[in-house]
Write a new protein. Structure first.
Length: 349
């Protein structure tokens, strides 16, 4: 995204660029990234109240007064840009009693656990405790409540564009950086799992040349956003930029691809073969690694086979076998006593 904006500014294409909202986790506000004419970056992590902003180089502190401090409304009023719902889920006062009975987060995979056929984390994730069930319901409602300010800001933005007769000349993109789970497969809440509910995000566009109701089934990722913005401006992406513009996907009436990705439509603009797969990965996650190591350590420590092997390897058991010999091995783990009986044969353990 930053590369695209640098191209705008370096080529003097007549665009002013602005960024408003959350920039990076733990952004300290000490700098403004290159390429932006207007900058309102949230310092540290996301909050709706009691936060600080880097506003064009000035650090501004906001408190708890809704009329002048509520983050979503502030951004909407200043810039017509706004953040998605995030924690802490503090809705604007006028929306705090909405959606009291909504449970749309309870999908088919909600609290579906355990899952021995899945990867190791879900194998060791059981059903949620009752308090977690209540928590996911509450959190879902609160997120919907905070989203109402975004809906209101979208309305204000589009109304303004229509009023100044620029809506027909404006591209609007609505998307998110990640999905979210609330109880799916017993996972209480989060956004870091390699499953559709965390990976799949909404992506809506409107603007010049984009047909109403057009849906593309092609695989698109956030790497395609910057090249798409360049295409909107009539520019070509720099050679090292990842991704491709999706405008052609949205503007073409029909796209039929054979197994090689070639376009088979007669009389339709040729489309380069589109990707058939997309690799999704993330860096190291210490929290998950600690969970994995703890599970493996416990499994190694408490495996019956390993415990018997360790006991049988002790010197007191390393004696010649006698016919029909019977031995007893006792284990005490967390005040639970287990006794194992084995018969020694002529082959020593």
């Amino acid at each position: 995204m930053r590369n695209a904006l640098l191209v705008y500014t370096s080529n003097n294409c007549g665009y002013r660029t602005g960024y408003f909202g959350k920039y990076l986790n733990e952004y300290d506000g000490s700098y403004i990234p290159p390429g932006w004419d207007q900058w309102m970056g949230l310092v540290k992590n996301s909050r709706f109240y009691n936060y600080s902003l880097n506003f064009n180089g000035d650090r501004i502190k906001h408190g708890f007064d809704y009329e002048k401090d509520y983050f979503t409304d502030l951004i909407a009023n200043e810039t017509q840009r706004f953040p998605a719902p995030h924690g802490p889920e503090d809705p604007a006062p006028q929306f705090s009693n909405m959606f009291e009975d909504v449970e749309t987060h309870r999908t088919e995979s909600w609290n579906y656990a355990p899952n021995p056929d899945k990867q190791w984390l879900l194998q060791h994730t059981g059903k949620m405790e009752p308090v977690h069930v209540v928590f996911t319901d509450l959190l879902h409602r609160r997120r919907l409540q905070t989203l109402q300010s975004v809906d209101e800001a979208v309305h204000k933005t589009l109304f303004l564009l229509r009023t100044i007769n620029e809506l027909h000349n404006t591209y609007v993109v609505f998307t998110s950086d990640h999905g979210y789970h609330l109880g799916q497969f017993g996972l209480v809440k989060g956004k870091n799992m390699p499953y559709e509910f965390d990976i799949k995000v909404p992506f809506f566009m409107r603007g010049p040349g984009i047909p109403r109701g057009k849906v593309s089934e092609c695989i698109v990722g956030n790497i395609d956003i910057a090249p798409t913005i360049l295409a909107m401006a009539g520019l070509q992406p720099v050679s090292h930029m990842d991704g491709r513009s999706i405008l052609d996907l949205l503007k073409m009436d029909t796209i039929l691809q054979d197994s090689d990705g070639e376009n088979n439509n007669q009389g339709v603009t040729k489309l380069k073969p589109w990707r058939q797969t997309l690799l999704v990965e993330r860096g190291k996650m210490p929290k998950l690694r600690r969970i994995r190591d703890r599970i493996l350590k416990q499994k190694d420590k408490y495996s019956k086979v390993l415990r018997i092997h360790r006991e049988c390897s002790k010197p007191k058991f390393q004696v010649p076998c006698r016919p029909n010999q019977v031995s007893y091995i006792d284990f005490t783990i967390d005040n639970l006593k287990e006794t194992y009986v084995y018969h020694k044969s002529d082959v020593q353990l």
